[in-house]
Design a protein around this ligand. Structure first.
Ligand SMILES: *[C@@H]1O[C@H](CO)[C@@H](O)[C@H](O)[C@H]1NC(C)=O
Ligand SMILES: *[C@@H]1O[C@H](CO)[C@@H](O)[C@H](O)[C@H]1NC(C)=O
Ligand SMILES: *[C@@H]1O[C@H](CO)[C@@H](O)[C@H](O)[C@H]1NC(C)=O
Ligand SMILES: *[C@@H]1O[C@H](CO)[C@@H](O)[C@H](O)[C@H]1NC(C)=O
Ligand SMILES: *[C@@H]1O[C@H](CO)[C@@H](O)[C@H](O)[C@H]1NC(C)=O
Ligand SMILES: *[C@@H]1O[C@H](CO)[C@@H](O)[C@H](O)[C@H]1NC(C)=O
Ligand SMILES: *[C@@H]1O[C@H](CO)[C@@H](O)[C@H](O)[C@H]1NC(C)=O
Length: 392
């Protein structure tokens, strides 16, 4: 009890004793009037500040949307030609957008279909890899002479810190990446991150996902025509009874996703810009996969097939363009080493197939193949000009 007195009277007690009791009332009322005014001032000031702050935020987002040159959100170096800079952004690779901002930014599509500048449609080659692009020299040969018709995006493990040599087509093409674990939904997050980065470039028209062990089976001009002229997307999907198909479905996904809508398919897709935007803008189906298909459900084999089956089956070929050999069974497909690579083997992958392309039967069903080991590189480089007509 005793101790409370000095505390409650506080530091002002001493000066109040000096002042006469009568003027104390006057002083106090003056003091309270002053405090009231001050509080009112602070409140008004804060209100105004938060109002102008809101305006600022809106302005900033608007500037992300309209121009990348003035905004600090996309830190792109100025280009030599500024006349069409705001309309035709340069290849934006490094930016400081987080995933949410990136997906939002990339989900925008123009309502006017004609471009006010000359647009050469490009193919975005998106490499989802761990470390380096293993077969980089083969891809270098593939891309050579086709500058302006492709863009490259690389998503690798954030712990991988080696840089590609200057002058390589992969130099400076690594996007801000996050850790990817086998089977987890974060694999699909990485695919969406690649798509979103590639969508920032209006010129990208077709989007292909590739692994570190993928090779092209045809030369650039053949692949470019095949994709650009395709009326369909290439997202493989099929219904598979049993534990590794329907067995991975979770009843908790209902009512949004029903068992009869559940599909399986290869992770390696090729899709046009319209579908790519739908995939990165999907805020309905993907969160359900993140929640209930994270782990041994393998979201990378089920999210896209199921999503496309439910929403966009009409324009889908239901097949993949990436050849792979599952014939030996097990959780991983066969890997091909140096001695497997012969001209006959490559020819077989190129043409001994049958499928539909734009409603017609064709024997060109696979444009890419996996999985090829690093030790196969020298033979691939040797046969590519002969079998695959690189640089002919
Ligand atoms: C910039 O673009 C304009 C129109 O596309 C073109 O006429 C001009 O030559 C270009 N300038 C440079 C420096 O590339
Ligand atoms: C790359 O990472 C390794 C270990 O993860 C480290 O030893 C090495 O110094 C790093 N190199 C560079 C250039 O940062
Ligand atoms: C699409 O096919 C037509 C006819 O085969 C061809 O003339 C055209 O060059 C192709 N387009 C592209 C972008 O390759
Ligand atoms: C998915 O699983 C990983 C590892 O088990 C976990 O870190 C992550 O939080 C999970 N994500 C969701 C959305 O549950
Ligand atoms: C793809 O599969 C869907 C069913 O998921 C079917 O409706 C469609 O006709 C198939 N398309 C082709 C080209 O086979
Ligand atoms: C299919 O092939 C026939 C004859 O080869 C050709 O006339 C037709 O235009 C082709 N259809 C498509 C959709 O390419
Ligand atoms: C690409 O390969 C095809 C055969 O698949 C060939 O006819 C064509 O000339 C090649 N294109 C180039 C630019 O070498």
């Amino acid at each position: 009890m005793k101790n409370q007195n000095p505390i409650s009277s506080g530091g002002s007690g001493k000066s109040m004793n000096v002042i006469a009791p009568l003027s104390l009332v006057k002083h106090l009322s003056c003091f309270f009037f002053f405090i009231f005014g001050l509080t009112l001032g602070i409140i008004l000031c804060f209100h105004y500040k938060s109002f102008s702050f809101n305006l600022l935020v809106t302005n900033r987002q608007f500037s992300i949307f309209t121009s990348q040159s003035s905004s600090s959100s996309l830190s792109t170096p100025p280009t030599s030609n500024t006349s069409n800079y705001n309309l035709e952004p340069p290849n934006v690779i490094m930016h400081n957008l987080n995933d949410q901002e990136l997906l939002w930014r990339a989900s925008m599509a123009p309502r006017i279909q004609e471009f006010p500048f000359k647009r050469r449609p490009k193919i975005a080659f998106m490499f989802l890899i761990r470390g380096p692009v293993l077969l980089a020299p083969l891809w270098e040969l593939f891309f050579k002479g086709n500058e302006g018709l492709y863009s490259i995006y690389v998503h690798s493990d954030p712990a991988f810190n080696e840089s590609d040599p200057q002058g390589s087509v992969f130099y400076g093409r690594r996007i801000p990446s996050k850790k990817v674990s086998w089977g987890h939904a974060n694999m699909v997050e990485a695919e969406r991150r690649l798509l979103a980065n590639a969508l920032l470039d209006f010129s990208n028209h077709y989007f292909v996902l590739l692994s570190e062990s993928c090779i092209p089976l045809y030369n650039f001009s053949t692949i470019y025509s095949y994709l650009m002229n395709s009326t369909q997307n290439f997202v493989e999907l099929y219904d598979l009874p049993g534990p590794v198909g329907q067995g991975r479905y979770s009843i908790l996904m209902q009512p949004l996703i029903k068992l009869e809508q559940w599909r399986k398919g290869s992770q390696w897709f090729a899709m046009d810009r319209d579908l790519a935007i739908e995939v990165i803008a999907d805020n309905t189906y993907f969160p359900v996969f993140q929640k209930y298909c994270n782990g041994s459900c393998y979201a990378d084999e089920h999210y896209l097939p199921t999503f496309v089956n439910v929403k966009f089956e009409g324009r889908n070929s239901n097949r993949t363009l990436t050849w792979v050999d599952w014939s030996k069974g097990g959780p991983h497909p066969s890997q091909f080493i140096r001695t497997d690579v012969t001209p006959e083997f490559l020819e077989k992958l190129r043409s001994e197939n049958s499928c539909e392309y734009n409603g017609n039967e064709t024997n060109v069903c696979f444009l890419f193949a996996r999985k090829f080991a690093l030790n196969a590189l020298d033979r691939l480089l040797r046969f590519a000009p002969i079998v695959m007509h690189f640089n002919s």
